[in-house]
Design a protein around this ligand. Structure first.
Ligand SMILES: Nc1nc2c(ncn2[C@@H]2O[C@H](COP(=O)(O)OP(=O)(O)OP(=O)(O)O)[C@@H](O)[C@H]2O)c(=O)[nH]1
Ligand SMILES: [Mg+2]
Length: 353
């Protein structure tokens, strides 16, 4: 049996990882094996740690998006075969677009090894509403709309929070809540049925404009091993720390697009995330874990701001924690211009069909 590769795209914070984990749970109930491949411009990923904590076999493509690291994606797909998955979920970087021409179609050419499901693009209704406002960020809006244009299927996420939202484009639109499970089984049935085609079209896109839009975002990844002066639970460590970072970023006028953080101790873990300044963090994990003397702390922050300012703020809040860091590494940068390894042209697709 050839595994089906299910790409789940959509802008930062749209709910890709949460849906992949919920879908993997649903397939497990059906007796099916799955795996996931996560992707980021940097390393030290909260998403990969989360997938591992949910016992989902996972791999990652780091230091660039799937399109610029297509060979790494192919290698990761191959290495996932050891788990004998029927379904391999793949989550591209949330600022990435032109996936159909640079990832889906090159993979469709490997049809002897994989089936490729229709490309699902997720939309957070709150983001869709924000982008209708007069003060919407032009770079975010550019990436968001390009992602929608190449979708085979669009899913509005977080339907437990938002019942209605602007409906973009002409492709089929579904409503999903990965938190309550609403629509997850139906979405899986639809993408695995093979009735919708994958990569129905490829984008017309100006790569200079695309590079400019991606470079408007700063990417900060931090990982460190922390020993508090007094034992604390992961929740007691992470909660106030995230609050302080968000306060400082807001004070510096930095617009958070997605901030996710994780503290893992021998007693349990906590993940906290928010998709805009002023939002209450969504917290999950073992909230009642006992105090511990060691914690692995990971922070992935994507924001509209200067990397140097973001680094200074995060470094300051790292230093303010009462205890000592054994290893710590902060990396912050603006993504380099995307340079896909391969790009399939519309004429090539027409000739193949
Ligand atoms: N209420 C609710 N929250 C959700 C749902 N799906 C995701 N979230 C929350 O939305 C936030 C972002 O979800 P992720 O799954 O991390 O989003 P993502 O698209 O993988 O984000 P990136 O990897 O940064 O691009 C997290 O705080 C999730 O808990 C949902 O169906 N309902
Ligand atoms: Mg994710």
């Amino acid at each position: 049996m050839k595994p089906t590769v299910v790409f789940v795209g959509g802008f930062l914070g749209a709910g890709k990882t949460t849906l992949i984990l919920a879908a993997a749970r649903e397939l497990k109930k059906r007796g099916m094996h799955c795996a996931a491949i996560l992707n980021d411009q940097s390393d030290a990923l909260v998403d990969t740690q989360l997938a591992e904590l949910h016992s989902l076999p996972s791999g990652e493509v780091t230091a660039g998006c799937f399109c610029c690291r297509f060979s790494d994606l192919s290698a990761q797909l191959e290495s996932m075969l050891q788990h004998r998955p029927e379904v391999i979920f793949a989550e591209p970087v949330g600022s990435c677009t032109d996936i159909s021409a640079t990832v889906l179609h090159p993979l469709l050419a490997q049809h002897e090894a994989y089936r490729v499901a229709p490309f699902t693009v997720l939309v957070d209704p709150l983001r869709a509403m924000e982008l209708l406002r007069a003060d919407a960020d032009e770079d975010v809006a550019f990436l968001f709309h390009k992602q929608l244009q190449e979708a085979d299927l669009v899913c509005m996420t977080k339907s437990d929070l938002h019942v209605s939202c602007p409906e973009p484009g002409a492709v089929p639109i579904r409503q999903i809540s990965a938190s309550t499970g609403q629509g997850v089984a139906a979405w899986l049935d639809e993408v695995l049925a093979g009735e919708l085609s994958a990569g129905k079209d490829v984008l017309d896109i100006d790569y200079a404009r695309y590079a400019q839009a991606e470079a408007a975002l700063a990417w900060l990844n931090f990982r460190g091993a922390f020993e508090p002066s007094v034992p604390v639970s992961p929740a007691m460590l992470l909660g106030p720390w995230i609050d302080a970072i968000v306060r400082a970023l807001s004070g510096a006028g930095i617009r958070i697009v997605h901030l996710k953080a994780m503290a893992t101790a021998p007693t349990g873990y906590v993940k906290a995330a928010l998709c805009a300044n002023g939002q209450e963090p969504v917290v999950e994990g073992t909230l009642d874990a006992s105090p511990a003397t060691t914690h692995e702390v990971t922070l992935n922050l994507r924001a509209l701001g200067e990397p140097a300012v973001m680094t200074r703020i995060v470094e300051r809040e790292i230093d303010r924690l009462d205890g000592c860091w054994n290893e710590r590494a902060v990396r912050c940068f603006q993504p380099a211009a995307p340079q896909p390894e391969r790009r399939v042209l519309r004429e090539e697709i027409a000739a193949r069909n």
